[in-house]
Write a protein that binds this ligand. Structure first.
Ligand code: ADP
Length: 320
């Protein structure tokens, strides 16, 4: 179709989630496969809402990689930017919510296929055709994926794409907190639109106050939009000319996985059609209300991808 294209770059993996909650990984009696990876979730969030999206990343040429590629295709995500590694295997994560409320992660990444994407494997024609280019941070951690990430960003930017960044901090992946902060900040200035969660705001600024002053520490003069998402409290937005907050929707939350990706997908879906909304506060607030509704709906079902809403679902909540 001739709809404007959103390209989402990064990892796609399978989360193995315990069949019962509130136990440690070691105590889990069994696991359910939940496809995920923030950039892949964002691509599917876009197509669920009727937008056009491509995913760029690398999978293992194995059972799990083929399963993930199938999920992208079923959801109408353009797959011409996906590479397959014949040596390394698809990334896997074991994720559990322990009884103490803490999330526990364990990753299979030694190295996994996503980390082995090489710059020369990038589908540059696809990346050049992006109106919006979205990315996370995990692909910055090691070479050669880091170089591929930096090159893809540059190619997209040079071709005129709006750059959208969600750091998606998953700490155990980095060798240290300092390295995580350093890598995230090393590409901070490049983005046009940046979304952080309240936890990431604290982590990146070192402040324990989630307020405007703290958010402004992350602002850059070239930014078009900075968002701080606050879970059940909605989101705060900052542009050159105005800032404010948009309340969340009250829903019966069962699993918050993917809420941020759903929010970002919804936002990008609207921005890609008309970037002038970034300079128009009433229209931007309307879009953020829609994005909050998408995030809220995603928390009402288990898993990320199965819980991503269609436009009609989101509008139903918005118009309630
Ligand atoms: P992340 O998943 O990146 O941590 P959040 O949890 O802040 O991001 O979720 C993104 C958006 O999804 C929020 O701004 C909010 O609008 C919506 N959302 C998340 N959790 C809830 C919740 N428990 N109830 C209602 N809306 C929620």
């Amino acid at each position: 179709s001739d709809k404007p294209l959103i390209v989402s770059f990064g990892e796609m993996l399978i989360d193995f989630v315990p069949t019962v909650s509130g136990v440690s990984l070691a105590e889990a009696p069994g696991f359910v496969k939940a496809p995920g990876g923030a950039p892949a979730n964002v691509a599917i969030a876009v197509t669920r809402l009727g937008g056009k999206a491509a995913f760029v990343g690398k999978l293992g040429d194995d059972e799990f990689g083929n399963m993930l590629a199938g999920i992208l295709k079923e959801n109408g995500v353009i797959a011409t930017g996906i590479s397959f590694d014949t040596g390394a295997r698809t990334a896997l994560a074991f994720v559990t919510l322990r009884a103490d409320g803490e999330r526990e992660f364990m990753f299979y990444r030694n190295p996994s296929a996503d980390m082995l994407l090489r710059p020369e494997e990038l589908n540059l024609e696809l990346i050049r055709s992006a109106k919006v280019f979205h990315y996370g941070s995990i692909s910055l951690i090691v070479e050669p994926c880091r170089s591929a990430h930096l090159q893809a960003m540059k190619v997209a930017k040079d071709a005129g794409a709006l750059l959208s960044y969600d750091p998606n901090l998953r700490l155990p992946l980095w060798p240290s907190e300092e390295e995580a902060r350093e890598q995230i900040m090393s590409i901070w200035d490049e983005a046009d639109v940046v979304k952080v969660s309240d936890n990431e705001l604290e982590f990146l600024t070192g402040s324990d106050k989630i307020d405007d002053e703290t958010a402004m520490l992350l602002w850059r003069p070239n930014f078009k939009l900075l968002l701080v998402t606050l879970g059940e409290k909605g989101c705060n937005y900052y542009t050159k000319n105005f800032h404010g907050s948009v309340e969340a929707f009250h829903v019966d939350t069962v699993d918050t996985t993917g809420a941020g990706d759903s929010f970002v997908g919804a936002l990008l879906c609207k921005i890609v059609d008309d970037q002038s909304v970034l300079e128009d506060e009433p229209r931007l607030r309307e879009i953020l209300r829609f994005a909050n509704a998408c995030g809220a709906i995603t928390t009402t079902k288990k898993g990320a991808i199965p819980a991503l809403p269609m436009t009609a679902d989101a509008l139903e909540l918005v118009n309630e």
